[in-house]
Ligand binder design. Structure first.
Ligand SMILES: [Zn+2]
Ligand SMILES: [Zn+2]
Length: 304
């Protein structure tokens, strides 16, 4: 199995876009990326817009190669109705999508309908993701029941994805923001993957939209993940929007080390430098005050 992490917050964009190749299938999870419309009261820096365009091109290239695409929910950093990435990536593909009508909040329901109307005429098949299982040769793709997007369901629900090639297994959690909840960690504990790709705690909002209690619950849940033998944990996305992310989970790094598990960012997984452009946006402006006019086609993508 080959796992290619294509665009993540540690690369400088908001995304968890992941490509997985086994002997049997080419799978792309969440082929999209976006940027924070405002951070520190500042719009995206030129460097971030340029990075978004670069990542968009990579995502597009891999998506074209894929046979199966999974959309875990309808935020623009996970699905794109053609703003950054051309819609024809869906042409002829089998697409598993988060249920657009159930366990979903209002804003995502509207986005889901719009998106599905666009892709249904071009995709080979569009299926409801929740609880699905797909077998191709030795490869098994399993999708979880819906779990809350974060500590509650205010932002709706997401699905998690497990891929096994018969010898190794990976689980992709999508936006669980931690995971603070037992129902979010359950799928991981059942699947017991070798590698976990997880959306870590949303600590850049700590004490504001993310509680210390949620952070502690997430740490405890990740300890359980280590206990069942997950050896590589790629923690990224919301977590990499906090410049002090390492200090937030010191005890977890120690816990993992003692049990021969590894906790790394997506950038480290891909052997590239960690570039937390959103978290460093204020610094980028201090160095070079370069705002960049957001291209017209990307304006909608940056709406939260
Ligand atoms: Zn989301
Ligand atoms: Zn996200």
């Amino acid at each position: 199995m080959e796992i290619k992490l294509l665009a993540f917050d540690s690369f400088g964009v908001r995304s968890m876009s992941t490509f997985i190749q086994t002997d049997d299938v080419l799978l792309h999870i969440d082929p999209s990326a976006s940027l924070a419309p405002s951070r520190y009261g500042l719009p995206p820096h030129r460097k971030e817009v340029e990075r978004l365009l670069e990542c968009g091109k990579v995502i597009e290239d891999f998506a074209r190669e894929s046979e199966v695409i999974v959309i875990t929910h309808y935020h623009y950093d996970h699905h794109d109705p053609g703003y950054l990435i051309p819609l024809d990536i869906y042409k002829g593909k089998v697409v598993y999508v988060k249920n657009p009508e159930e366990k979903i909040n209002r804003s995502q329901m509207i986005r889901a309908r719009y998106f599905l109307n666009l892709i249904k005429p071009i995709a080979k098949e569009v299926k409801i993701a929740e609880g699905s299982e797909l077998r191709v040769g030795k490869t098994a793709i399993k999708i979880s029941d819906p779990v809350p997007h974060g500590v509650n369901d205010r932002l709706g629900y997401v699905v998690e994805v497990s891929v096994s090639d018969g010898s190794t297994k990976v689980v992709y959690t999508s936006d669980v923001e931690g995971p603070p909840l037992e129902e979010q960690v359950r799928f991981i504990l059942v699947e017991k993957p070798d590698t976990l790709i997880i959306d870590g705690p949303m600590t850049y909002m700590l004490g504001f939209r993310y509680s210390r209690k949620a952070l502690q619950a997430s740490i405890e849940n990740l300890k359980k993940v280590i206990e069942v033998g997950v050896k590589k944990i790629v923690i990224d996305h919301h977590f990499l929007r906090d410049v002090s992310y390492r200090d937030r989970i010191v005890e977890l790094y120690q816990y993992a080390k003692e049990r021969n598990s590894e906790i790394i960012t997506a950038a480290e997984f891909m052997n590239r430098p960690i570039e937390m452009l959103e978290a460093l946006r204020n610094k980028l402006y201090q160095e070079k005050p370069e705002e960049m006019k957001i291209p017209e086609n990307l304006r909608s993508l940056l709406e939260e």
